[in-house]
Design a protein around this ligand. Sequence first.
Ligand code: B16
Ligand code: MG
Length: 212
Amino acid sequence: MKYKGIVFDLDGVICSTDHYHYLAWKALADRLGIYFDESINNRLRGVSRMASLDIVLERYDGTLSAEEKLAAAEEKNDTYRALLRQMSPADLSDEVKQTLDALRAKGLLLGIGSSSKNTKFILERIGLGDYFDKISDGTNITRSKPDPEVFLKAAEYLALAPRDCLVVEDAVAGIQAAHAAGMDAAAIGDAVSGGLAEYNLGSFSDLLRCVD
Ligand code: B16
Ligand code: MG
């Protein structure tokens, strides 16, 4: 086997919360009178919450103090979490679940490397609350992707050397973070067009062909 563990990004890889992020940022932007659309939302993929707020505020006429920014981020997160309550195990595709099970059956350790501070909540909603061997997420990092911190922590938690881990990512910044951590990367979705990854997945189950 080429790897001992796989580290998965969450949003855009295991499940999709893009639309809920969009609705929650849009509600905040509307209240502040800021223009916001799907293409601006796409720029927030894999970006931390506070860095996302800065992008949303690029079109804001006024200025917010540091305290007001924290309150705005919290307002967005409250809306987002209320929307996440609509998620259920039906939001986990059969393909993703069967592929994860098949990877585990090969003896691979499975971890999460996500920027989201809502990782555990989302995993519980989709029925994977106890599934992964280790979770590294927005609650245990100080630097965002493309910094390698989230993946290095995942490897440390899994007790694996970085070179023994493969990262699966949908954001170009996530592929860069994997490489900065000394890990190979498999791109899915948006990250494929970046052309930086060792593997490009047309579909999640293609991962099974990358590990043998
Ligand atoms: P939160 P990932 C990222 O998750 C999302 O792609 C990104 O849109 C979001 O801003 C970020 O998490 C922080 O999320 O506000 O829930 O802490 O793709 O790294 O799994
Ligand atoms: Mg992602």
